[in-house]
Design a protein around this ligand. Structure first.
Ligand code: PBG
Length: 340
């Protein structure tokens, strides 16, 4: 009896079929056309948003040391840049400005003729179809380098909201399509929505930096934007890198306050957060492939340690696979060329 059972088991379960293994995933990897048919994530130039750093002056085009290929540019030079971006098929830019002077309340942030406001007008003029986004924050504009108004050595959340509202309105008035608050103040999306609406800018969209982490990957950007805080750090307002559930609460709040799109930032070390936001919310999702992520690839490539093109494409595709609909990346122009 026992022997019989053993024999049966041997015949049905254990004896390898002459054609084992029956399931062979490698069949679909045999050639590029087969792989292309089965491909789940397709990167497109249409997904890309290119960050630009604009400065005062004329004929300024200075490469940022820690971000090879990325420049500080004056408005007269910006025209050629926009033409190039347009020619590559990149649909959107996000503008960051370096003011002529910084002060306690970041006056140039919301000045009618501020550097970003003027850059928006240049973009509009050169290519009316370009989606013009702006970063709405205070750190580049304040003498202390914090993202808000400082009172008694601390960042005053509610006072800052007023300034962020004014800044967003000044960007909308200059022609921005999308304003992207990145100060991580509580209520910033609601305050900006209210300010925009009360000034008649009901069509200006908000891309909320909803889950923005207190990340060390912003290092090169802070050099580029001259925006490191002069005292303390940003951990009292930006998120703790250890937290993912909290990101879902931040996203829910921003949607409630009127965000049209939400963002996770940085991207690469936070792919799990991108995935969770994608699964939980049906809103357009952006991810910011930040300066440090770019600088690492550039540095390794310069040393001959990585293949820049392959690694950059893999990273951007991974961010999309994780669930991002759009990607802010300093690789945008390169990716556009590589995909062409
Ligand atoms: C402004 C802002 C920062 C970045 C985008 N907007 C810097 C910061 O929060 O310190 C970082 C972008 C990058 O690293 O590429 N608050």
């Amino acid at each position: 009896m026992l022997e019989q059972r053993i024999e049966l088991a041997t015949r049905t379960d254990v004896t390898p079929s002459p054609h084992f293994p029956r399931v062979r995933p490698r069949r679909m990897r045999r050639s590029e056309p087969l792989r292309a048919l089965a491909r789940e994530t397709e990167l497109s130039v249409r997904d890309l948003i290119y960050p630009l750093f604009v400065v005062h002056g004329t004929r300024v085009r200075e490469e940022i040391a820690s971000m090879p290929g990325v420049y500080h540019q004056s408005l007269d030079v910006l025209q050629a840049e926009i033409d190039e971006i347009t020619g590559l098929g990149i649909p959107a830019v996000i503008l960051f400005g370096l003011p002529a002077v910084k002060d306690e309340v970041g006056s140039e942030d919301y000045a009618e003729r501020g550097i970003v406001q003027e850059a928006i007008r240049v973009c509009r003029r050169v290519n009316p179809d370009l989606v013009v986004m702006t970063d709405v924050c205070m750190c580049q504009y304040t003498s202390h380098g914090h993202c808000g108004i400082v009172r008694n050595g601390a960042i005053d959340n509610d006072e800052t909201l007023r300034y962020l509202g004014m800044t967003a309105v000044s960007h909308a008035a200059a022609g921005a399509d999308v304003v992207a608050p990145s100060a991580m103040m509580d209520g910033q999306v609601g305050a900006i929505r209210a300010a925009l609406d009360s000034h008649g800018f009901t069509d200006t969209a908000i891309l909320a930096y909803a889950a923005k982490y207190a990340s060390s990957f912003y290092g090169p950007f802070r050099e580029a934007a001259d925006s490191p805080p002069k005292f303390g750090d940003r951990r009292q307002y930006q998120m703790d890198p250890a937290n993912a559930r909290e990101a879902l609460r931040e996203v829910a709040l921003d949607i409630e306050e009127g965000a049209d799109m939400v963002m996770v930032k940085p991207a690469l070390a936070y792919l799990d957060v991108i995935r969770r936001v994608r699964d939980q919310f049906d809103y357009p999702l952006a991810a910011y492939n930040v300066s440090g992520e770019y600088a690492m690839v550039k540095a390794a490539a310069r040393n001959g340690w990585l293949d820049e093109q392959k690694v950059a494409l893999e990273i951007v595709a991974a961010i999309k696979r994780a669930g991002a609909d759009m990607i802010l990346t300093y690789f945008a122009k390169d990716v556009a060329r590589w995909l062409a």
